[in-house]
Design a protein around this ligand. Structure first.
Ligand SMILES: Cc1ncc(COP(=O)(O)O)c(C=O)c1O
Length: 327
């Protein structure tokens, strides 16, 4: 029985959903949304804050500032509230309303960047704003999830060993790429301890992370408009890009089975399902994918019919409508 006295002390590390009946292929989905921040980012937030405290960068009276598409912002809000720091989250207009409200409820301030930078997109515009803040007042401390090694160290220390413990015969791991903290932490761990594990990175079409052309992306979590400083492509065996319309379809397919996940989970599961279908040995492999969060924060977007149809077309969910009720 876990008993905790601080919200960041608990992470569910042992919950997997067997998706064989949904995908027609075996895939174990590691669920990272069951903690007090509701996402995998609690681990990165805890690792980065603890390291900054240890190094004397973060001291009583500091104000944390961070660029986040939402989930790291919530995670930092949870820990900042618990440890008595102020926190200012710089996000953009794609951040879910409920995520923003969550941060505010936890006592954080939220600054929304309304428009993208012409070259570096929303992420570039957010980072420019954070840089200006940090230059304006020495009390601001920017942990910078995009380049902070403790972001990947968190997953090297926790997520990857937890998967290895449950699946000693793991063949293939599918990981979504945002800052690439989860991806780099897991791939470094498996390169070191279990080289045979194939690491497949999953990204959104329109993301420049792996060198693709930049395009409009509306679902937060995965993908970047600026290549992540943490990424070492030599640690990745394969990259799959998923169009957002497919992400939406997969999310709804899972929801029809009672599993309400966030957008990046739909992206990763969609990619993994296709990979397993395309490879004849797929059914014999032990395959795991990581689900970074749950779906409640996406009720006004991914799970809202006007939002979905307006962005991806009237027929995007047609295949799902047959015999499964309306959206
Ligand atoms: C929902 C969601 N999925 C995926 C990711 C990507 O994780 P990482 O930044 O470790 O690459 C994030 C990061 O914020 C996220 O919020």
């Amino acid at each position: 029985m876990p008993v905790i006295s601080a919200p960041q002390e608990f992470n569910e590390e042992e919950l997997y959903v067997d998706l064989r009946s949904v995908l027609g292929h075996p895939l174990y989905l590691k669920c990272e949304g069951f903690n007090f921040a509701g996402s995998v980012k609690l681990k990165a937030a805890e690792e980065m804050i603890s390291a900054a405290e240890k190094d004397g960068i973060l001291t009583p009276g500091s104000t944390l500032v961070e660029s986040s598409s939402g989930n790291l912002g919530v995670a930092l809000s949870v820990i900042a509230a618990n440890r008595g720091y102020q926190f200012l989250c710089v996000t953009d207009s794609r951040c879910n309303r409920s995520t923003r409200r969550l941060m505010e409820a936890l006592g954080s301030q939220v600054h929304i960047i309304a428009g993208p930078d012409a070259e570096s997109g929303f992420l570039g515009a957010r980072i420019d704003y954070v840089r200006q803040l940090v230059a304006s007042d020495p009390r601001y401390v920017w942990l910078n999830q995009h380049s902070n090694p403790n972001n990947w160290v968190a997953h090297y220390r926790t997520t990857a060993p937890a998967i290895a413990r449950q699946f000693p015969k793991l063949d293939i791991l599918f990981v979504g790429a945002g800052t690439t903290g989860t991806l780099m932490g897991c791939s470094r761990f498996f390169r070191e301890y279990e080289k045979r594990v194939r690491i497949v990175a999953v990204d959104s079409v329109g993301s420049v992370t792996f060198g693709g052309p930049s395009g409009t992306r509306m679902i937060p979590g995965l993908g970047t408009g600026v290549r992540p400083a943490l990424l070492d492509e030599s640690l990745v065996d394969e990259v799959i890009h998923v169009p957002e319309a497919d992400t939406v379809r997969t999310c709804h397919q899972l929801a029809r089975r009672g599993f309400l996940f966030g957008g990046s989970t739909g992206t990763v599961v969609g990619a993994a399902g296709k990979w397993l279908a395309d490879h004849t040995a797929g059914d014999e492999l032990t395959a795991v994918a990581i689900a970074p969060d749950l779906g409640e924060r996406y009720l006004d977007t991914l799970y809202q019919s006007d939002w979905v149809r307006g962005l991806y077309g009237d027929d995007v969910l047609d295949e799902l409508a047959v015999g499964t009720g309306s959206m």
